[in-house]
Design a protein around this ligand. Structure first.
Ligand code: PEP
Ligand code: MG
Length: 298
């Protein structure tokens, strides 16, 4: 079976009736890039940057981060690399952050909330990412967004970073700015958010957990934490419609993106990109190539 899939390397992600989609891969460290290339993903749709912080004894420096992002960007040789800024919280503990224990870590002090509260940490990462953007095609996305105010504040900080780099004559490229849509709040105001960013990436792992009020890590809730719940599909459709109304692209980087029973549904919704584990890229390509959509999407 694997050999049959390998025959799909180099082939396009296009349905029988000509609709194209991007299929990218998710990575957690530089070590995963080999698998991304081996499986012929069109880019990296989610680079979880947490490992840099989790593996470290202290805050990773700008230079340390820059070296890793640069290596990934160079290895991808012009293919898109979407780096997600720090997404830790009380569930992914990092000693040196000295975070207090919380009763509801999933609802707690985490991700973009920490970055906006401690902009020196955020700026260090942004500078590293911007510097790496001179060596490939780099985009940034921000996790756990719930409001327009957060996106406005991020844009201010990004503007400061760009200004500093210019003053220091440090080169950087054009960096697309995106946000993860992984809270019901972000989904419901996606019309407003779409005016502010270049793309959306739907984080279904968290979107399911927050929409269904079901802890994604609790094995007892496996039946209840159902990503096929109609509420989830309605939200995804709403997000896609709002993105396209503003002319921006929308992808899915949560695990649901690799669910082959939904590939046709996602294509029909107009989803532009699916980002999946490297090992699943060719299975999704196969599914797309076997799919025929309705007239509306020709
Ligand atoms: C998600 O929430 O769907 C996602 C892709 O991010 P993570 O799994 O890292 O929370
Ligand atoms: Mg998430």
């Amino acid at each position: 079976k694997q050999e049959l899939l390998w025959q799909l390397k180099g082939k396009e992600n296009v349905t029988l009736d000509g609709r194209r989609i991007e299929i990218y891969a998710n990575i957690g460290s530089f070590g995963d890039v080999a698998a991304v290339l081996q499986n012929d993903a069109g880019g990296i749709g989610l680079f979880r940057s947490e490992f840099l912080y989790l593996e470290s004894e202290d805050y990773p420096s700008e230079e340390e981060q820059f070296q890793v992002y640069k290596k990934v960007a160079e290895s991808m040789a012009g293919r898109k690399v979407i780096i997600r800024t720090l997404d830790i919280g009380a569930d992914k503990q990092v000693g040196y952050f000295q975070m207090e224990p919380e009763e509801n870590p999933a609802l707690g002090y985490r991700a973009i909330r920490i970055c906006l509260d401690r902009p020196e940490i955020f700026k260090t990462q942004l500078r590293a990412i911007y510097r790496a953007s001179a060596y490939g095609t780099v985009s940034i996305m921000y996790p756990m967004i719930i409001s327009v105010e957060e996106v406005d504040r991020i844009a201010e900080i990004v503007g400061e970073v760009q200004e500093e780099l210019k003053q220091q004559q440090i080169p950087f490229g054009d960096v697309e700015q995106g946000i993860m849509i992984e809270t019901p709040a972000a989904a419901l105001i996606s019309d407003l958010l779409a005016k502010k960013v270049d793309f959306f990436s739907i984080g279904t792992n968290d979107l399911v957990q927050y929409t269904l009020a079901s802890d994604r890590q609790n094995p007892k809730l496996e039946q209840i934490c159902d990503p096929h719940h109609p509420a989830i599909l309605r939200l995804i459709r709403l997000i896609a419609d709002n993105a396209h109304r503003e002319g921006i692209w929308v992808g899915i980087c949560g695990e649901l993106g690799a669910d082959l029973t939904l590939t046709e549904t996602f294509l029909n919704m107009g989803i532009d990109e699916l980002s999946v584990s490297p090992g699943l890229v060719l299975s999704v390509r196969k599914k797309v190539r076997e799919t025929k959509l309705g007239e509306k999407y020709n």
